[in-house]
Design a protein around this ligand. Structure first.
Ligand code: NCD
Ligand code: ZN
Length: 350
């Protein structure tokens, strides 16, 4: 008998689905595994109005098979022109669960013109007032800042002052990567949560350079030190409700990864929950996966828990070396390598 693991159907607290043919190519991986996903708005052009977000939601739902119960949790993209009125409109729209801040130039799709995130104070005030959470890419946008210091600099320069000024603002520190970030989330846990990606749990910054440069392991924020990774592991597997699953799965065509200036982003949606299971098992805390993956994000966002379950079996499988992606190819995390846990496919889920 193969070892099995049955958990509540999980939610992905941070996901990039793109649009058009790319959306159609990647969405099935998420539908198979997750009941809901927080869908990021950094399309090109970004989704800066409620109307644009709702149109995108329709394009996603149109690609879900009729029997699917998948629900995208949509987000609005904040930029220098976002008005408090747009925030109130977003907060009143049940499909929208938060608004995302990308400081200028820190990652893919971050031409937001927000060079000092504290410039948007009236917007954050409207968010605090209306209860709409701020989802934040926590990296300092100053081009002079060292990439390894961007997150800690953001904590000091932006997040700590923001927390002091707006005690009522609910915040998700997206893809936290440092011990300092983890500590801030803990100290603000009353109103702050954080997503933790599986890749930041699996490896530290050495992996990018092991035996040569690995563009498919390049993501933003860049993985930090082993000590930071251990802090993330403790946060993810410690049973603290302020830390929850968010893959940050971000598909880029092979031609944008294997080139002179590679784009940031790791694709993990094809094996996301399986890889988290591997990480949790390695810490001896597999029983903590259920809440990290299927409870804490929903509770943070004030949503009901999924009613279904998924089952994983300990039956190693080989990840394909690539998937089709529109006119190009997508090289996934663990390409051509083995993943120990396998998803038991249920015909009713997709
Ligand atoms: C993301 C993407 O490609 O959209 N890239 C990444 O490296 N994580 C954007 C983001 O979340 O930073
Ligand atoms: Zn992201």
């Amino acid at each position: 008998m193969l070892e099995t693991l049955t958990i509540r159907t999980p939610d992905d607290g941070h996901l990039h689905l793109r649009d058009g043919a790319s959306l159609a190519a990647v969405l099935p991986h998420t539908l198979e595994r997750f009941g809901r996903a927080v869908v990021m708005p950094n399309l090109d052009p970004p989704l800066t109005t409620v109307a644009q977000v709702l149109e995108y939601e329709k394009r996603i739902l149109r690609l879900c098979p009729p029997q699917s119960t998948f629900k995208p949790w949509m987000t609005l993209y904040l930029d220098a022109h976002t008005s408090p009125a747009e925030i109130h409109e977003a907060a009143a729209e049940p499909a929208i669960i938060g608004a995302k801040l990308y400081p200028q130039g820190v990652t893919t799709g971050s031409a937001s013109q927000v060079t000092d995130p504290l410039e948007l104070m009236p917007v954050y005030e409207a968010m605090a007032e209306s209860g709409l959470p701020l989802l934040v890419h926590g990296e300092d946008p100053d081009p002079a800042t060292d990439p390894y210091e961007r997150e800690s600099r953001f904590v000091d320069r932006t997040l700590v002052p923001l927390c002091e000024r707006l005690p009522g603002l609910r915040i998700v520190f997206e893809h936290v990567t440092t011990r300092l970030g983890v500590e801030l989330v803990r100290s603000e846990a009353r109103r702050m949560g954080a997503t933790i990606t599986v890749h930041h749990l699996l490896f530290d910054r050495r992996a990018l350079f092991a035996g040569g440069l690995h563009p498919h392991l390049y993501c933003l924020p860049v993985p930090k030190t082993e000590a930071d990774r251990l802090a993330l592991l403790e946060a993810a597997t410690g049973g603290e409700p302020c830390f929850f699953l968010g893959t940050d799965s971000a598909p880029h065509p092979r031609s944008r990864k294997e080139c002179a200036c590679a784009a940031g982003g790791i694709y993990s949606a094809h094996a996301a929950i399986e890889l988290y299971a591997e990480v949790f098992e390695a810490t001896g805390r597999l029983e903590r996966l259920d809440d990290f993956a299927g409870r804490f994000a929903a509770e943070f966002y004030g949503q009901a828990l999924n009613s279904g379950q998924i089952t994983l079996v300990k039956d190693p499988w080989r990840v394909p070396d690539h998937f089709p992606l529109a006119e190009d190819e997508l090289v996934p995390l663990r390409a051509a390598s083995v993943v120990p846990w396998r998803l038991l496919r249920q015909a009713s889920r997709v």
